[in-house]
Design a protein around this ligand. Structure first.
Ligand SMILES: [Zn+2]
Length: 113
């Protein structure tokens, strides 16, 4: 099964949330519709991290904030060498390590074709 990340759309006002909230941040209502977050997004800002904890196989990793075309901003790992603010990235989902022995699914953005 392919892992997916979801945005949670308030069924009352339509505001998108990610990650999930119990209560809509805009109208306070509690019902959401899950919408897969996929496709392309624009890189807003990024940072490179060099002193990675144990468990990473790379000398550095890039993390950034991207904005999907639906306006939702999310944070994720970026798997791309020549980064530039404003570039288009493609959202993929993979295992992101955080801490020893802890794997979880998160966004990994790659350069859009
Ligand atoms: Zn709402």
């Amino acid at each position: 099964m392919e892992a997916k990340m979801y945005a949670y759309k308030c069924t009352s006002c339509g505001k998108l949330h990610h990650p999930a909230y119990f209560v809509c941040r805009q109208c306070g209502q509690r019902q959401f519709e899950a919408i897969p977050l996929e496709g392309e997004a624009t890189l807003l800002t990024y940072t490179r991290v060099y002193n990675l904890p144990e468990g990473y196989m790379k000398p550095w990793l890039a993390f950034g904030i991207v904005e999907f075309d639906n306006g939702l901003r999310v944070a994720g790992q970026i798997d791309c060498e020549d980064l530039a603010v404003g570039m288009r990235l493609k959202a993929t989902v993979g295992v992101v390590k955080e801490g020893v022995g802890q794997d979880y699914y998160g966004f990994i953005f790659k350069k859009a074709e």
